[in-house]
Design a protein around this ligand. Structure first.
Ligand code: FAD
Length: 596
Protein backbone atom coordinates (compact mmCIF):
# COMPACT_ATOMS: atom_id res chain seq x y z
CA UNK A 1 0.00 0.00 0.00
CA UNK A 2 2.05 2.91 -1.26
CA UNK A 3 5.36 3.96 0.12
CA UNK A 4 7.02 6.53 2.32
CA UNK A 5 10.69 7.41 2.23
CA UNK A 6 11.65 10.22 4.61
CA UNK A 7 12.93 13.18 2.55
CA UNK A 8 16.24 13.23 4.39
CA UNK A 9 18.15 14.98 1.60
CA UNK A 10 15.78 17.93 1.60
CA UNK A 11 15.74 17.99 5.40
CA UNK A 12 19.54 18.20 5.38
CA UNK A 13 19.33 21.03 2.85
CA UNK A 14 16.85 23.01 4.94
CA UNK A 15 18.54 22.40 8.28
CA UNK A 16 22.18 22.67 7.29
CA UNK A 17 22.31 24.86 4.19
CA UNK A 18 19.29 27.14 4.47
CA UNK A 19 19.05 27.58 8.24
CA UNK A 20 22.60 26.64 9.27
CA UNK A 21 21.19 25.11 12.43
CA UNK A 22 24.49 23.88 13.82
CA UNK A 23 25.84 27.45 13.89
CA UNK A 24 22.59 28.82 15.28
CA UNK A 25 22.35 26.18 18.00
CA UNK A 26 25.91 26.95 19.14
CA UNK A 27 24.59 30.33 20.34
CA UNK A 28 22.16 28.55 22.65
CA UNK A 29 23.83 27.10 25.77
CA UNK A 30 21.19 24.36 26.06
CA UNK A 31 21.90 23.09 22.54
CA UNK A 32 25.51 24.10 21.89
CA UNK A 33 26.53 20.42 21.75
CA UNK A 34 23.91 19.41 19.19
CA UNK A 35 26.02 19.09 16.07
CA UNK A 36 25.23 17.94 12.55
CA UNK A 37 26.21 14.33 13.36
CA UNK A 38 23.65 14.13 16.16
CA UNK A 39 20.97 15.76 14.02
CA UNK A 40 21.61 13.47 11.07
CA UNK A 41 21.73 10.33 13.21
CA UNK A 42 18.35 11.16 14.79
CA UNK A 43 16.86 11.82 11.36
CA UNK A 44 18.13 8.44 10.09
CA UNK A 45 16.67 6.57 13.04
CA UNK A 46 13.43 8.54 12.86
CA UNK A 47 13.13 7.68 9.18
CA UNK A 48 13.45 3.96 9.98
CA UNK A 49 10.88 4.02 12.77
CA UNK A 50 8.32 6.00 10.83
CA UNK A 51 8.59 4.24 7.48
CA UNK A 52 9.02 0.72 8.86
CA UNK A 53 6.74 0.74 11.91
CA UNK A 54 4.11 3.47 11.43
CA UNK A 55 3.53 3.74 7.71
CA UNK A 56 2.44 0.08 7.36
CA UNK A 57 -0.32 0.78 9.92
CA UNK A 58 -1.69 3.84 8.15
CA UNK A 59 -4.07 2.25 5.69
CA UNK A 60 -5.11 -0.64 7.96
CA UNK A 61 -5.75 1.83 10.80
CA UNK A 62 -7.97 3.87 8.50
CA UNK A 63 -9.97 0.82 7.41
CA UNK A 64 -10.37 -0.62 10.88
CA UNK A 65 -10.87 2.54 12.96
CA UNK A 66 -11.26 2.55 16.74
CA UNK A 67 -13.69 0.40 18.72
CA UNK A 68 -15.81 1.66 21.60
CA UNK A 69 -17.13 -0.80 24.16
CA UNK A 70 -19.95 1.14 25.81
CA UNK A 71 -20.38 -1.35 28.63
CA UNK A 72 -16.74 -1.63 29.56
CA UNK A 73 -16.31 2.10 28.76
CA UNK A 74 -13.12 1.38 26.85
CA UNK A 75 -11.73 2.27 23.43
CA UNK A 76 -9.45 -0.06 21.48
CA UNK A 77 -7.21 1.44 18.82
CA UNK A 78 -6.62 -0.31 15.45
CA UNK A 79 -4.46 -3.42 15.31
CA UNK A 80 -0.78 -2.62 15.73
CA UNK A 81 -1.22 0.91 17.11
CA UNK A 82 -0.58 -0.08 20.70
CA UNK A 83 2.52 -2.11 19.84
CA UNK A 84 3.90 0.72 17.70
CA UNK A 85 3.38 3.12 20.60
CA UNK A 86 5.28 0.75 22.90
CA UNK A 87 8.18 0.82 20.46
CA UNK A 88 7.97 4.62 20.30
CA UNK A 89 8.16 4.88 24.09
CA UNK A 90 10.96 2.32 24.39
CA UNK A 91 12.91 4.13 21.68
CA UNK A 92 12.78 7.32 23.78
CA UNK A 93 11.06 9.25 21.00
CA UNK A 94 8.52 10.91 23.29
CA UNK A 95 11.36 12.46 25.28
CA UNK A 96 13.31 13.82 22.32
CA UNK A 97 12.79 17.57 22.82
CA UNK A 98 11.75 17.50 26.48
CA UNK A 99 13.57 19.02 29.42
CA UNK A 100 16.25 16.74 30.98
CA UNK A 101 14.99 17.86 34.41
CA UNK A 102 11.93 15.70 33.76
CA UNK A 103 13.70 12.89 31.97
CA UNK A 104 13.84 14.43 28.51
CA UNK A 105 16.72 14.22 26.05
CA UNK A 106 16.90 18.00 25.73
CA UNK A 107 17.30 18.03 21.95
CA UNK A 108 16.17 21.10 20.01
CA UNK A 109 12.63 21.73 18.82
CA UNK A 110 13.89 22.15 15.26
CA UNK A 111 14.99 18.50 15.23
CA UNK A 112 11.77 17.27 16.82
CA UNK A 113 9.95 19.20 14.11
CA UNK A 114 11.58 17.20 11.31
CA UNK A 115 10.77 14.01 13.17
CA UNK A 116 7.14 15.11 13.43
CA UNK A 117 7.00 15.66 9.70
CA UNK A 118 8.03 12.01 9.26
CA UNK A 119 5.51 10.84 11.86
CA UNK A 120 2.70 12.68 10.11
CA UNK A 121 3.67 11.48 6.65
CA UNK A 122 3.64 7.95 7.98
CA UNK A 123 0.45 8.05 9.99
CA UNK A 124 -1.32 11.25 11.02
CA UNK A 125 -4.03 9.47 13.02
CA UNK A 126 -1.46 7.59 15.13
CA UNK A 127 0.73 10.67 15.56
CA UNK A 128 -2.11 12.61 17.17
CA UNK A 129 -1.82 10.45 20.33
CA UNK A 130 1.77 11.48 21.18
CA UNK A 131 1.34 14.89 19.50
CA UNK A 132 -1.33 15.97 21.95
CA UNK A 133 0.74 14.66 24.85
CA UNK A 134 3.55 16.98 23.85
CA UNK A 135 1.17 19.96 23.94
CA UNK A 136 0.00 18.93 27.41
CA UNK A 137 3.64 18.67 28.50
CA UNK A 138 4.37 22.22 27.33
CA UNK A 139 1.28 23.63 29.01
CA UNK A 140 1.96 21.94 32.37
CA UNK A 141 5.62 22.86 32.23
CA UNK A 142 4.76 26.53 31.85
CA UNK A 143 1.71 26.80 34.09
CA UNK A 144 1.73 23.79 36.45
CA UNK A 145 2.67 23.91 40.13
CA UNK A 146 5.93 22.29 41.23
CA UNK A 147 3.95 19.35 42.62
CA UNK A 148 2.01 18.91 39.36
CA UNK A 149 5.25 19.01 37.41
CA UNK A 150 6.85 16.45 39.71
CA UNK A 151 3.94 14.06 39.47
CA UNK A 152 2.94 14.35 35.84
CA UNK A 153 5.76 15.66 33.66
CA UNK A 154 8.08 12.64 33.86
CA UNK A 155 5.17 10.40 32.81
CA UNK A 156 4.33 12.60 29.82
CA UNK A 157 8.00 12.86 28.89
CA UNK A 158 8.53 9.10 28.95
CA UNK A 159 5.28 8.61 27.04
CA UNK A 160 3.86 6.26 29.68
CA UNK A 161 0.93 8.65 30.05
CA UNK A 162 -0.66 10.64 27.23
CA UNK A 163 -2.54 13.95 27.15
CA UNK A 164 -5.63 15.49 25.60
CA UNK A 165 -7.17 18.93 25.22
CA UNK A 166 -10.86 19.11 26.22
CA UNK A 167 -12.27 22.42 25.05
CA UNK A 168 -15.17 21.79 22.68
CA UNK A 169 -18.77 21.28 23.84
CA UNK A 170 -21.84 20.64 21.69
CA UNK A 171 -22.90 24.32 21.64
CA UNK A 172 -19.39 25.79 21.85
CA UNK A 173 -16.52 25.43 19.40
CA UNK A 174 -14.90 28.63 18.17
CA UNK A 175 -16.61 30.65 20.90
CA UNK A 176 -15.18 29.09 24.04
CA UNK A 177 -16.82 31.82 26.10
CA UNK A 178 -20.03 29.79 25.81
CA UNK A 179 -18.73 26.75 27.60
CA UNK A 180 -20.76 25.27 30.47
CA UNK A 181 -18.68 22.55 32.11
CA UNK A 182 -18.60 23.32 35.84
CA UNK A 183 -15.90 22.97 38.47
CA UNK A 184 -16.76 23.07 42.18
CA UNK A 185 -13.94 23.43 44.73
CA UNK A 186 -13.31 20.70 47.32
CA UNK A 187 -11.81 21.21 50.74
CA UNK A 188 -8.61 19.35 49.89
CA UNK A 189 -7.74 21.79 47.08
CA UNK A 190 -9.05 19.56 44.29
CA UNK A 191 -12.17 20.32 42.18
CA UNK A 192 -15.20 18.31 41.14
CA UNK A 193 -15.92 18.71 37.45
CA UNK A 194 -19.13 17.98 35.60
CA UNK A 195 -19.98 18.50 31.93
CA UNK A 196 -19.91 17.09 28.41
CA UNK A 197 -17.15 17.56 25.89
CA UNK A 198 -17.28 16.49 22.24
CA UNK A 199 -14.74 15.89 19.47
CA UNK A 200 -11.92 15.08 21.90
CA UNK A 201 -9.01 13.60 19.96
CA UNK A 202 -7.36 10.64 21.68
CA UNK A 203 -9.93 11.09 24.46
CA UNK A 204 -9.94 7.39 25.36
CA UNK A 205 -7.68 4.62 24.10
CA UNK A 206 -5.61 1.61 25.07
CA UNK A 207 -2.14 2.86 24.16
CA UNK A 208 -0.98 4.31 27.49
CA UNK A 209 -1.38 3.49 31.15
CA UNK A 210 -3.07 6.80 31.98
CA UNK A 211 -4.55 9.79 30.13
CA UNK A 212 -4.22 13.36 31.40
CA UNK A 213 -7.12 15.47 30.22
CA UNK A 214 -6.64 19.23 30.18
CA UNK A 215 -10.20 20.46 30.63
CA UNK A 216 -11.67 23.94 30.34
CA UNK A 217 -14.48 24.63 32.84
CA UNK A 218 -16.13 27.40 34.85
CA UNK A 219 -15.69 27.91 38.57
CA UNK A 220 -18.63 29.21 40.68
CA UNK A 221 -19.36 32.92 40.09
CA UNK A 222 -17.00 33.05 37.10
CA UNK A 223 -17.56 36.08 34.85
CA UNK A 224 -19.53 35.46 31.66
CA UNK A 225 -17.68 34.70 28.45
CA UNK A 226 -14.03 33.93 27.88
CA UNK A 227 -12.90 35.86 30.97
CA UNK A 228 -14.54 33.21 33.16
CA UNK A 229 -12.76 30.09 31.94
CA UNK A 230 -10.39 28.02 34.06
CA UNK A 231 -8.12 25.12 33.15
CA UNK A 232 -8.05 21.79 35.01
CA UNK A 233 -5.95 18.69 34.96
CA UNK A 234 -8.25 15.66 35.09
CA UNK A 235 -6.44 12.30 35.00
CA UNK A 236 -8.23 9.18 33.79
CA UNK A 237 -6.74 7.35 36.79
CA UNK A 238 -5.96 9.37 39.90
CA UNK A 239 -2.22 9.05 40.46
CA UNK A 240 -0.69 7.84 43.71
CA UNK A 241 2.14 9.90 45.17
CA UNK A 242 4.70 7.38 43.93
CA UNK A 243 3.52 7.83 40.32
CA UNK A 244 1.57 4.59 40.08
CA UNK A 245 -2.05 4.75 38.92
CA UNK A 246 -4.87 4.54 41.46
CA UNK A 247 -8.63 4.93 41.39
CA UNK A 248 -10.56 5.37 38.09
CA UNK A 249 -11.80 8.95 37.75
CA UNK A 250 -15.33 9.35 36.33
CA UNK A 251 -14.36 10.88 32.97
CA UNK A 252 -15.63 8.41 30.39
CA UNK A 253 -15.98 8.15 26.63
CA UNK A 254 -19.71 8.15 25.78
CA UNK A 255 -19.19 7.48 22.06
CA UNK A 256 -16.66 7.74 19.25
CA UNK A 257 -17.56 10.26 16.54
CA UNK A 258 -18.10 8.79 13.04
CA UNK A 259 -15.99 10.95 10.77
CA UNK A 260 -14.50 11.58 7.32
CA UNK A 261 -10.84 10.76 8.00
CA UNK A 262 -8.18 10.12 10.66
CA UNK A 263 -10.14 6.99 11.56
CA UNK A 264 -7.25 5.56 13.55
CA UNK A 265 -7.60 8.38 16.03
CA UNK A 266 -10.37 8.10 18.60
CA UNK A 267 -12.43 11.30 18.49
CA UNK A 268 -14.49 10.97 21.64
CA UNK A 269 -17.49 12.42 23.37
CA UNK A 270 -16.26 12.72 26.93
CA UNK A 271 -18.59 12.84 29.91
CA UNK A 272 -17.31 14.21 33.19
CA UNK A 273 -19.59 12.90 35.94
CA UNK A 274 -18.14 14.63 38.97
CA UNK A 275 -14.57 13.89 37.94
CA UNK A 276 -11.76 14.98 40.23
CA UNK A 277 -9.37 17.59 38.87
CA UNK A 278 -6.77 20.14 39.87
CA UNK A 279 -6.60 23.69 38.63
CA UNK A 280 -3.72 24.71 36.37
CA UNK A 281 -2.76 28.35 36.92
CA UNK A 282 -5.26 30.85 38.31
CA UNK A 283 -9.07 30.64 38.28
CA UNK A 284 -10.58 32.46 35.27
CA UNK A 285 -7.17 32.60 33.57
CA UNK A 286 -7.54 29.22 31.91
CA UNK A 287 -7.51 30.42 28.34
CA UNK A 288 -4.20 32.11 28.91
CA UNK A 289 -2.70 28.81 30.10
CA UNK A 290 -4.46 26.80 27.39
CA UNK A 291 -2.97 29.06 24.72
CA UNK A 292 0.41 27.43 25.31
CA UNK A 293 -1.18 24.12 24.31
CA UNK A 294 -3.18 25.69 21.47
CA UNK A 295 -0.17 27.43 19.93
CA UNK A 296 1.84 24.21 20.05
CA UNK A 297 -1.11 22.38 18.52
CA UNK A 298 -1.53 24.96 15.75
CA UNK A 299 2.06 24.47 14.66
CA UNK A 300 1.50 20.72 15.02
CA UNK A 301 -1.49 20.84 12.68
CA UNK A 302 0.60 22.66 10.06
CA UNK A 303 3.07 19.78 10.38
CA UNK A 304 0.26 17.28 9.82
CA UNK A 305 -0.47 18.81 6.44
CA UNK A 306 3.19 19.09 5.52
CA UNK A 307 3.48 15.37 6.27
CA UNK A 308 0.47 14.51 4.12
CA UNK A 309 1.60 16.78 1.28
CA UNK A 310 4.97 15.02 1.18
CA UNK A 311 3.66 11.46 1.29
CA UNK A 312 0.93 12.19 -1.28
CA UNK A 313 3.54 13.76 -3.57
CA UNK A 314 5.90 10.79 -3.25
CA UNK A 315 3.24 8.28 -4.17
CA UNK A 316 1.84 10.34 -7.04
CA UNK A 317 5.36 10.66 -8.44
CA UNK A 318 5.94 6.90 -8.42
CA UNK A 319 2.58 6.40 -10.11
CA UNK A 320 3.19 9.08 -12.73
CA UNK A 321 6.46 7.44 -13.79
CA UNK A 322 4.82 4.05 -14.03
CA UNK A 323 1.34 4.63 -15.46
CA UNK A 324 1.22 4.53 -19.27
CA UNK A 325 -1.49 6.60 -20.98
CA UNK A 326 -1.45 8.43 -24.31
CA UNK A 327 1.56 9.83 -26.11
CA UNK A 328 3.39 13.04 -25.32
CA UNK A 329 2.15 16.03 -27.36
CA UNK A 330 5.72 16.80 -28.39
CA UNK A 331 6.49 13.32 -29.72
CA UNK A 332 6.83 9.78 -28.41
CA UNK A 333 8.99 9.53 -25.30
CA UNK A 334 8.88 5.78 -24.64
CA UNK A 335 8.90 4.10 -28.06
CA UNK A 336 9.45 0.66 -26.53
CA UNK A 337 6.16 0.92 -24.65
CA UNK A 338 2.54 0.98 -25.85
CA UNK A 339 2.10 4.51 -24.44
CA UNK A 340 4.17 7.11 -22.60
CA UNK A 341 4.27 7.36 -18.79
CA UNK A 342 1.87 10.12 -17.72
CA UNK A 343 4.73 12.19 -16.27
CA UNK A 344 5.40 13.40 -19.84
CA UNK A 345 2.14 15.38 -19.84
CA UNK A 346 2.49 19.04 -18.84
CA UNK A 347 -0.54 19.08 -16.59
CA UNK A 348 0.50 15.97 -14.69
CA UNK A 349 3.79 17.75 -14.04
CA UNK A 350 1.88 20.82 -12.83
CA UNK A 351 0.06 18.69 -10.28
CA UNK A 352 3.24 16.99 -9.10
CA UNK A 353 5.18 20.24 -8.92
CA UNK A 354 2.38 21.92 -6.99
CA UNK A 355 2.62 19.27 -4.28
CA UNK A 356 6.43 19.28 -4.39
CA UNK A 357 6.63 23.08 -4.07
CA UNK A 358 4.06 23.19 -1.27
CA UNK A 359 5.98 20.50 0.62
CA UNK A 360 9.38 22.17 0.19
CA UNK A 361 8.06 25.64 1.05
CA UNK A 362 6.34 24.29 4.15
CA UNK A 363 9.44 22.37 5.23
CA UNK A 364 11.53 25.53 5.04
CA UNK A 365 8.95 27.64 6.88
CA UNK A 366 8.15 25.17 9.67
CA UNK A 367 11.81 24.38 10.29
CA UNK A 368 12.52 28.10 10.51
CA UNK A 369 9.70 28.62 13.00
CA UNK A 370 10.89 25.65 15.08
CA UNK A 371 14.41 27.10 15.18
CA UNK A 372 12.98 30.46 16.25
CA UNK A 373 11.22 28.63 19.10
CA UNK A 374 14.58 27.16 20.20
CA UNK A 375 16.02 30.68 20.14
CA UNK A 376 13.01 32.13 21.95
CA UNK A 377 13.43 29.55 24.72
CA UNK A 378 17.19 29.49 25.01
CA UNK A 379 18.96 32.52 23.62
CA UNK A 380 21.07 34.31 26.28
CA UNK A 381 20.01 37.76 25.03
CA UNK A 382 16.55 38.78 26.24
CA UNK A 383 15.97 41.09 23.25
CA UNK A 384 16.65 38.24 20.84
CA UNK A 385 14.27 36.00 22.81
CA UNK A 386 11.54 38.63 22.53
CA UNK A 387 12.17 39.16 18.81
CA UNK A 388 11.92 35.41 18.18
CA UNK A 389 8.73 35.14 20.26
CA UNK A 390 7.16 37.92 18.17
CA UNK A 391 8.09 36.20 14.94
CA UNK A 392 6.73 32.85 16.12
CA UNK A 393 3.47 34.56 17.12
CA UNK A 394 3.20 36.20 13.69
CA UNK A 395 4.00 33.05 11.73
CA UNK A 396 1.92 30.56 13.76
CA UNK A 397 -1.44 31.30 12.05
CA UNK A 398 0.32 31.19 8.67
CA UNK A 399 1.81 27.78 9.44
CA UNK A 400 -1.58 26.52 10.58
CA UNK A 401 -3.81 27.91 7.85
CA UNK A 402 -1.62 28.38 4.77
CA UNK A 403 0.02 24.97 5.04
CA UNK A 404 -3.25 23.15 5.74
CA UNK A 405 -5.04 24.88 2.84
CA UNK A 406 -2.09 23.94 0.65
CA UNK A 407 -2.19 20.39 2.03
CA UNK A 408 -5.77 20.04 0.90
CA UNK A 409 -4.87 21.33 -2.59
CA UNK A 410 -1.75 19.17 -2.80
CA UNK A 411 -3.36 15.90 -1.67
CA UNK A 412 -6.24 16.52 -4.05
CA UNK A 413 -3.86 17.18 -6.96
CA UNK A 414 -1.86 14.08 -6.04
CA UNK A 415 -5.09 12.07 -6.10
CA UNK A 416 -5.90 13.54 -9.51
CA UNK A 417 -2.59 12.22 -10.84
CA UNK A 418 -4.00 8.73 -10.26
CA UNK A 419 -7.15 9.42 -12.24
CA UNK A 420 -9.92 7.05 -11.13
CA UNK A 421 -7.45 4.94 -9.18
CA UNK A 422 -6.94 7.89 -6.85
CA UNK A 423 -10.58 7.69 -5.85
CA UNK A 424 -10.38 3.97 -5.11
CA UNK A 425 -9.42 3.14 -1.53
CA UNK A 426 -6.93 0.41 -2.46
CA UNK A 427 -4.26 2.92 -3.57
CA UNK A 428 -4.35 4.94 -0.38
CA UNK A 429 -4.56 8.34 -2.02
CA UNK A 430 -8.14 9.10 -1.05
CA UNK A 431 -7.18 8.56 2.59
CA UNK A 432 -4.59 11.35 2.39
CA UNK A 433 -7.27 13.71 1.02
CA UNK A 434 -9.76 12.75 3.73
CA UNK A 435 -7.15 13.01 6.46
CA UNK A 436 -5.98 16.42 5.19
CA UNK A 437 -9.44 17.98 5.35
CA UNK A 438 -9.73 18.10 9.15
CA UNK A 439 -6.51 20.09 9.43
CA UNK A 440 -8.28 23.17 8.03
CA UNK A 441 -10.98 22.88 10.68
CA UNK A 442 -9.66 21.92 14.09
CA UNK A 443 -7.39 23.91 16.37
CA UNK A 444 -9.26 27.06 15.33
CA UNK A 445 -10.65 27.00 11.79
CA UNK A 446 -8.55 28.61 9.09
CA UNK A 447 -10.92 31.58 9.15
CA UNK A 448 -10.16 32.01 12.83
CA UNK A 449 -6.42 31.81 12.06
CA UNK A 450 -6.85 34.54 9.44
CA UNK A 451 -8.66 36.79 11.91
CA UNK A 452 -5.92 36.12 14.45
CA UNK A 453 -3.24 37.09 11.92
CA UNK A 454 -4.82 40.20 10.46
CA UNK A 455 -6.76 41.42 13.50
CA UNK A 456 -4.72 40.50 16.54
CA UNK A 457 -1.18 39.94 15.28
CA UNK A 458 -1.05 42.76 12.73
CA UNK A 459 -3.66 45.53 13.09
CA UNK A 460 -3.89 45.51 16.90
CA UNK A 461 -0.09 45.48 16.98
CA UNK A 462 0.07 48.49 14.62
CA UNK A 463 1.87 46.30 12.14
CA UNK A 464 5.00 46.16 14.28
CA UNK A 465 5.67 42.39 14.09
CA UNK A 466 4.95 42.38 10.38
CA UNK A 467 7.25 45.36 9.84
CA UNK A 468 10.12 43.60 11.61
CA UNK A 469 9.72 40.49 9.48
CA UNK A 470 9.39 42.75 6.42
CA UNK A 471 12.75 44.31 7.25
CA UNK A 472 14.40 40.91 6.86
CA UNK A 473 12.78 40.52 3.46
CA UNK A 474 13.80 44.04 2.42
CA UNK A 475 17.41 43.38 3.48
CA UNK A 476 17.47 40.20 1.39
CA UNK A 477 15.98 42.02 -1.62
CA UNK A 478 18.52 44.81 -1.30
CA UNK A 479 21.43 42.43 -0.96
CA UNK A 480 20.51 40.41 -4.04
CA UNK A 481 18.57 42.97 -6.07
CA UNK A 482 21.45 43.64 -8.45
CA UNK A 483 22.29 39.98 -9.00
CA UNK A 484 20.88 39.24 -12.45
CA UNK A 485 20.58 35.52 -11.83
CA UNK A 486 18.45 36.23 -8.78
CA UNK A 487 16.15 38.80 -10.35
CA UNK A 488 13.45 36.26 -11.30
CA UNK A 489 13.10 35.53 -7.56
CA UNK A 490 13.96 38.82 -5.90
CA UNK A 491 11.78 41.07 -8.08
CA UNK A 492 8.48 39.30 -7.31
CA UNK A 493 9.50 38.97 -3.65
CA UNK A 494 10.16 42.71 -3.30
CA UNK A 495 7.01 43.53 -5.23
CA UNK A 496 4.82 41.36 -3.02
CA UNK A 497 6.40 42.84 0.12
CA UNK A 498 5.37 46.33 -1.02
CA UNK A 499 1.88 45.17 -1.94
CA UNK A 500 1.36 43.54 1.47
CA UNK A 501 2.40 46.78 3.19
CA UNK A 502 -0.09 48.79 1.11
CA UNK A 503 -2.86 46.23 1.53
CA UNK A 504 -2.40 46.13 5.29
CA UNK A 505 -2.64 49.92 5.54
CA UNK A 506 -5.69 50.00 3.32
CA UNK A 507 -7.56 47.39 5.37
CA UNK A 508 -6.46 49.12 8.58
CA UNK A 509 -7.95 52.41 7.39
CA UNK A 510 -11.21 50.79 6.30
CA UNK A 511 -11.45 48.97 9.63
CA UNK A 512 -11.68 52.31 11.45
CA UNK A 513 -15.05 52.75 9.72
CA UNK A 514 -16.26 49.19 9.84
CA UNK A 515 -14.77 46.17 11.64
CA UNK A 516 -16.44 43.79 9.17
CA UNK A 517 -13.75 44.95 6.72
CA UNK A 518 -11.25 42.89 8.71
CA UNK A 519 -13.44 39.77 8.62
CA UNK A 520 -14.06 40.26 4.90
CA UNK A 521 -10.38 40.59 4.00
CA UNK A 522 -8.80 38.17 6.47
CA UNK A 523 -8.86 34.87 4.54
CA UNK A 524 -7.38 36.12 1.25
CA UNK A 525 -5.02 38.31 3.29
CA UNK A 526 -3.58 35.30 5.12
CA UNK A 527 -2.96 33.50 1.83
CA UNK A 528 -1.16 36.55 0.46
CA UNK A 529 0.95 36.70 3.63
CA UNK A 530 1.63 32.96 3.28
CA UNK A 531 2.90 33.51 -0.25
CA UNK A 532 5.09 36.37 0.92
CA UNK A 533 6.73 34.07 3.45
CA UNK A 534 7.06 31.21 0.93
CA UNK A 535 8.52 33.63 -1.64
CA UNK A 536 11.12 34.69 0.90
CA UNK A 537 12.15 31.10 1.55
CA UNK A 538 12.05 30.04 -2.10
CA UNK A 539 14.24 33.02 -3.03
CA UNK A 540 16.75 32.03 -0.34
CA UNK A 541 16.68 28.41 -1.47
CA UNK A 542 17.12 29.48 -5.10
CA UNK A 543 20.18 31.48 -4.12
CA UNK A 544 21.85 28.45 -2.56
CA UNK A 545 20.83 26.30 -5.53
CA UNK A 546 22.35 28.82 -7.98
CA UNK A 547 25.61 28.83 -6.03
CA UNK A 548 25.77 25.02 -6.08
CA UNK A 549 24.28 24.28 -9.46
CA UNK A 550 27.61 23.24 -10.96
CA UNK A 551 28.49 21.04 -8.01
CA UNK A 552 27.42 17.92 -9.88
CA UNK A 553 24.67 17.23 -7.33
CA UNK A 554 21.43 17.34 -9.30
CA UNK A 555 19.49 18.07 -6.13
CA UNK A 556 20.27 21.77 -6.68
CA UNK A 557 18.99 21.68 -10.24
CA UNK A 558 15.70 20.29 -8.91
CA UNK A 559 15.55 22.93 -6.19
CA UNK A 560 16.09 25.72 -8.69
CA UNK A 561 13.39 24.41 -11.03
CA UNK A 562 10.97 24.01 -8.14
CA UNK A 563 11.58 27.62 -7.11
CA UNK A 564 11.00 28.72 -10.71
CA UNK A 565 7.77 26.74 -10.84
CA UNK A 566 6.67 28.27 -7.54
CA UNK A 567 7.14 31.85 -8.76
CA UNK A 568 5.66 31.17 -12.20
CA UNK A 569 2.65 29.06 -11.25
CA UNK A 570 1.71 29.39 -7.55
CA UNK A 571 2.80 32.91 -6.59
CA UNK A 572 0.55 34.58 -9.26
CA UNK A 573 -2.47 33.59 -7.18
CA UNK A 574 -1.57 36.62 -5.04
CA UNK A 575 -2.87 39.05 -7.71
CA UNK A 576 -6.35 37.56 -7.46
CA UNK A 577 -6.21 37.30 -3.67
CA UNK A 578 -5.21 40.95 -3.31
CA UNK A 579 -8.18 41.97 -5.46
CA UNK A 580 -10.47 39.85 -3.31
CA UNK A 581 -9.07 41.30 -0.09
CA UNK A 582 -9.43 44.84 -1.42
CA UNK A 583 -12.97 44.33 -2.65
CA UNK A 584 -14.31 45.17 0.79
CA UNK A 585 -17.11 43.93 3.01
CA UNK A 586 -20.08 45.29 1.04
CA UNK A 587 -20.16 42.46 -1.54
CA UNK A 588 -20.51 40.00 1.38
CA UNK A 589 -22.73 41.95 3.73
CA UNK A 590 -25.17 43.72 1.42
CA UNK A 591 -27.38 40.71 0.77
CA UNK A 592 -30.20 40.57 3.28
CA UNK A 593 -30.16 37.32 5.29
CA UNK A 594 -33.68 36.55 4.09
CA UNK A 595 -32.60 36.75 0.46
CA UNK A 596 -29.88 34.09 0.67
C1 FAD B 1 -11.91 15.23 14.16
C2 FAD B 1 -11.95 16.38 15.13
C3 FAD B 1 -11.05 16.39 16.19
C4 FAD B 1 -11.12 17.43 17.12
N1 FAD B 1 -10.29 17.41 18.22
C5 FAD B 1 -10.53 18.27 19.22
C6 FAD B 1 -9.85 18.13 20.48
O1 FAD B 1 -8.97 17.27 20.66
N2 FAD B 1 -10.19 18.96 21.49
C7 FAD B 1 -11.14 19.92 21.35
O2 FAD B 1 -11.41 20.63 22.31
N3 FAD B 1 -11.78 20.11 20.16
C8 FAD B 1 -11.50 19.30 19.11
N4 FAD B 1 -12.17 19.46 17.93
C9 FAD B 1 -13.09 20.57 17.77
C10 FAD B 1 -12.58 21.63 16.81
O3 FAD B 1 -11.49 22.32 17.35
C11 FAD B 1 -13.78 22.51 16.44
O4 FAD B 1 -14.60 21.74 15.60
C12 FAD B 1 -13.38 23.81 15.80
O5 FAD B 1 -12.71 24.62 16.71
C13 FAD B 1 -14.59 24.57 15.24
O6 FAD B 1 -15.64 24.62 16.16
P1 FAD B 1 -17.11 24.17 15.73
O7 FAD B 1 -16.98 22.84 15.09
O8 FAD B 1 -18.00 24.27 16.89
O9 FAD B 1 -17.54 25.19 14.63
P2 FAD B 1 -18.19 26.64 14.91
O10 FAD B 1 -17.41 27.35 15.94
O11 FAD B 1 -19.63 26.46 15.11
O12 FAD B 1 -17.93 27.35 13.51
C14 FAD B 1 -18.73 27.11 12.35
C15 FAD B 1 -18.23 27.99 11.22
O13 FAD B 1 -18.36 29.37 11.58
C16 FAD B 1 -17.14 30.04 11.43
N5 FAD B 1 -17.00 31.06 12.45
C17 FAD B 1 -17.22 30.98 13.78
N6 FAD B 1 -16.97 32.14 14.37
C18 FAD B 1 -16.57 33.01 13.41
C19 FAD B 1 -16.15 34.35 13.38
N7 FAD B 1 -16.07 35.09 14.49
N8 FAD B 1 -15.82 34.91 12.20
C20 FAD B 1 -15.87 34.19 11.07
N9 FAD B 1 -16.25 32.90 11.03
C21 FAD B 1 -16.59 32.31 12.19
C22 FAD B 1 -16.07 28.97 11.58
O14 FAD B 1 -14.86 29.35 10.98
C23 FAD B 1 -16.75 27.78 10.90
O15 FAD B 1 -16.54 27.85 9.53
C24 FAD B 1 -12.07 18.47 16.96
C25 FAD B 1 -12.95 18.45 15.86
C26 FAD B 1 -12.90 17.41 14.97
C27 FAD B 1 -13.90 17.40 13.85
Amino acid sequence: MGQYVAPIRDMHFVLHELLKVEEQLKELPAHAETDADIINAVLEEGAKFTSEVLFPLNHSGDREGCHHDAEAKTVTTPKGFKEAYKQYVEGGWAALACDPEFGGQGLPVVLNNSFYEMLNSSNQAWTMYPGLSHGAYECLKEHGTDEQKRLYLPKLVSGEWTGTMCLTEPHCGTDLGLLRTKAIPNEDGSWTITGNKIFISAGEHDMSENILHLVLARVPDAPEGSKGISLFLVPKFLPNQDGTVGERNPIFCGAIEEKMGIHGNSTCQMNLDGAKGWIIGQPNKGLNAMFVFMNAARLGVGMQSLGLTEVAYQNALVYAKDRLQMRSLSGVKAPDKPADPIIVHPDVRRMLLTAKAFAEGARALTSYVALQIDRELNHPDEDVRKECADEVALLTPIVKAFITDNGWIATSEAMQVYGGHGYIAEWGMEQFVRDARINMIYEGTNTVQSLDLLGRKILMDNGSKLRKFGEKIRAFVEEHGTDEAMSEFVTPLGDLGEKVTKLTMEIGMKAFQNQDEVGAAAVPYLRVAGHLVFSYFFAQMAKIALEKKDSGDRFYEAKLQTARFYFARLYPETAMLIRQARSGAANLMALDVDLF
